[in-house]
Design a protein around this ligand. Structure first.
Ligand code: ZN
Length: 90
């Protein structure tokens, strides 16, 4: 039991057009813990208005949350911190 379990939108393959990007709030479950993230990059379908968060982004949400030991994160803020940390190493 346990392990990585990512909820996917039921109809994520219904539309093929992904013309816009957007930011959204997103919950990702990991080992029974729900990580709540805000300012998450997402794809917005112009046909049905559905917002989908790519799996790679959900995985990064888990990474950011576990790095910080938190169950709620601001994705944009974490990404800025990662970028700043990367520059500091150079
Ligand atoms: Zn759609």
């Amino acid at each position: 039991m346990g392990g990585l379990r990512i909820r996917k939108a039921v109809n994520m393959f219904r539309c093929k057009k992904w013309l816009r990007t957007a930011t959204t709030d997103c919950d990702v479950e990991y080992n029974g813990t729900v990580i709540h993230a805000v300012n998450v990059p997402a794809k917005l379908c112009p046909e049905c208005g559905e917002v989908t968060v790519p799996d790679i982004i959900r995985e990064r949400v888990l990474q950011y949350a576990s790095d910080r030991g938190r169950t709620a994160i601001d994705y944009a803020e974490c990404e800025n911190e990662e970028a700043a940390g990367g520059q500091a190493l150079l």
